[in-house]
Every structure is written in structure tokens, then in C-alpha cells.
Write a protein that binds this ligand. Structure first.
Ligand SMILES: NC(=O)C1=CN([C@@H]2O[C@H](COP(=O)(O)OP(=O)(O)OC[C@H]3O[C@@H](n4cnc5c(N)ncnc54)[C@H](OP(=O)(O)O)[C@@H]3O)[C@@H](O)[C@H]2O)C=CC1
Ligand SMILES: O=C(O)[C@@H]1CCC=N1
Length: 277
């Protein structure tokens, strides 16, 4: 972010919530994609909406060989379709991939071994999150058995156009997904619920949004700007024998910590199911 980045030609196959968020980073100022960006979707209106001077888009409904056309000469091929569709898509594009193509999948669960069995290319996995849209993603990336440091650095540069990157072994990528991949949903859920509570206390939706959204933003920015961690920042809100202390006691009584352990365990279990599909 904020740096000048030059990337080689890129194809995004499946440009929905996640693929579209990454595309937003690629077309941001400061990023040059030499050789251009091609993206695909199934439906025509969605594909059309993504087209611009910098982006050629293809819809499968209109161009049945959309994915083949998109990967032609592409150095980076980002797989953004649903996990269950990944194997068929890889089988389809395998004959068309450039000899030096690097395939990067963001699909939850689908392992590098599964993908390496289907394409001759270097394959990596990445697990970004939707704040990519505003350049604030956290993305885990994992290398496979092919390729080396240069390919990993290229994929790091790709995801650094949309935020921070953490390199992890593939054995940790599903666990990372349960924290940062799904994490924005947990945060939005908390925001929704606190907003509902505020309205129950008599505030208008607008007032509730000012209070809740502003508080999440303020707390996140305070944490980012602080040299102390969240526990100390929480302590500074929690006056001894005051009101926050009572509220926190209720959350502790409901085992909020245990709930997060159970929620992430369920997400991890689902990643394993998706891998087995
Ligand atoms: N959403 C998130 O926060 C994250 C998602 N992921 C992963 O990203 C992937 C996509 O998820 P998400 O973006 O949420 O889902 P979406 O449904 O928003 O995106 C999937 C996209 O794939 C398109 N598509 C369907 N079939 C094909 C095809 N055969 N060829 C090309 N494109 C096709 C769809 O087009 P159309 O809509 O026109 O049918 C759609 O735009 C999943 O594998 C998920 O695990 C990873 C990290 C975070
Ligand atoms: O819910 C999902 O399966 C994807 C992966 C992480 C976030 N969204």
C-alpha cells in the first residue's frame, strides 16, 4: 500500500465478493499490471460491471470459453470460484495455462496437493478477507511443492496491493481462515447485535449507527495507534466498580471466549469438509 507495484499479467477466474475485492486493489493508483487484467464470471451483468479500460471481462453465459480466454498468456491466475468448482475449473484451464503460469487459489479448504494433481503449474493458496476492498485485507499465503522464493514474493506483492500479508505453511491456512478470513463476519455480527441493542434502548437506527460504527472504528484506530495491547486498552475503559465492569462480567459469564473457540473449531471442521468434496 502506498508503494508503486508492478505486476505481470493477471487473470481472475470467478470475480465475486473476494475476486472483486482483489480486483479493486489491482486497479488502485500505484499499481501497474503489465499485460493487463482479465476477469471472468458466470453471468453477463456481473462481468460487464467489472469491465473498464484496465480490465477485460468475460461471462461464461455469453462466452463459453471465457476462462480459457482469460488465462491465455496470464502469468498469475487467481482462482476465485466456490471451493466445489475448483477441480473442474482447473481441469478446464490446464491445457491453456502458460508454461510459467502461477495458479493462486483463494478457495477455502481446497488443498495444494489436490490442485497440483490437476495442473502442471506452480500452485499457491491464499486466504484474504473482504477489507481488501479498502486496502485493509489480511491475507495468509502458503507455497506448494513447486516453485520457490521468487513466486512466493510475486504472490506476496499481488496481495500487498490490498493490505497486509502473512506467509504461513499450508497446514495453518485453514486455521488462519477461521480467524482473519471469516473474521470480518464476526465483527459485523457484533456490530449488528450492538446496534439492535441500542435501538432496544430507544435510539433511532441513525443514532445507533453513529454510536456503534463510530465506537468500532474508534476502538480499532486506538488499538492501531497504541503501544499497548487490547487488554490494557480494555482496562482503561473498565473503571473499578464501574458500569463496564458489570457488562464485561455478563459477557464472561456467557463464556464469550469459549464461544470463539467453538465458532472457529466449527469453521475449521467445515474447511476439512470442503477439502474432501
Ligand atoms: N467472501 C470472502 O470473504 C472470502 C472468500 N474466499 C473464497 O473465495 C471464493 C469465492 O467466494 P465469494 O467471492 O464469497 O463467492 P461469490 O459467489 O461472490 O463469487 C464466486 C464468483 O464465481 C463466479 N463463477 C461461478 N461459476 C464460474 C465459472 N465456472 N467460471 C468463472 N467464474 C464463475 C460467480 O459468477 P456469477 O455471480 O455471475 O455466477 C461469482 O462471481 C470461495 O472459494 C471462498 O472460499 C476466501 C476468502 C474470503
Ligand atoms: O465463508 C467462507 O467459506 C469464506 C472463506 C473465509 C471467508 N469466507
Amino acid at each position: 500500500m502506498g508503494l508503486m507495484t508492478t505486476l505481470p499479467s493477471i487473470a481472475i477466474l470467478g470475480t465475486g465478493s473476494m475476486g472483486g475485492a482483489i480486483l479493486a486493489g489491482l486497479v488502485a493508483p500505484g499499481v501497474t499490471v503489465e499485460g493487463g487484467i482479465r476477469v471472468t464470471n458466470r453471468t453477463v451483468p456481473k462481468a460487464r460491471a467489472l469491465a473498464s479500460d484496465a480490465v477485460r471481462s468475460f461471462a461464461l453465459d455469453e462466452t463459453p470459453d471465457a476462462n480459457l480466454r482469460a488465462v491465455q498468456d496470464a502469468r498469475l491466475v487467481l482462482i476465485g470460484v466456490k471451493p466445489a468448482m475448483v477441480p473442474d475449473l482447473l481441469r478446464e484451464i490446464a491445457p491453456q495455462l502458460a508454461p510459467d503460469a502461477i495458479v493462486v487459489s483463494v478457495a477455502a479448504g481446497v488443498t495444494i496437493a489436490t490442485m497440483e494433481a490437476l495442473v502442471p503449474s506452480i500452485v499457491l493458496r491464499a486466504m484474504p478477507n473482504t477489507p481488501a476492498v479498502v486496502g485493509r485485507a489480511v491475507t495468509g499465503i502458503a507455497a506448494g511443492s513447486r516453485g520457490g522464493a521468487a513466486e512466493l514474493e510475486l504472490v506476496r506483492a499481488l496481495f500487498e496491493t490490498v493490505g497486509e500479508v502473512l506467509v504461513v505453511p499450508e497446514s495453518k491456512i485453514d486455521a488462519l481462515s477461521t480467524i482473519s478470513g471469516s473474521g470480518p463476519a464476526y465483527v459485523f455480527y457484533l456490530i449488528e447485535e450492538l446496534t439492535r441493542t441500542a435501538m432496544g434502548l430507544g435510539f433511532t437506527p441513525e443514532e445507533a449507527a453513529v454510536m456503534v460504527n463510530g465506537t468500532f472504528r474508534g476502538a480499532a484506530e486506538l488499538l492501531a495507534a497504541s503501544d499497548v495491547g487490547p487488554a490494557e486498552l480494555r482496562r482503561r475503559v473498565t473503571s473499578p466498580k464501574g458500569t463496564t465492569e458489570r457488562a464485561i462480567a455478563v459477557l464472561e459469564g456467557a463464556d464469550l471466549a469459549g464461544l470463539f473457540d467453538r465458532a472457529t473449531a466449527a469453521a475449521l471442521e467445515r474447511a476439512r469438509e470442503l477439502a474432501a468434496q
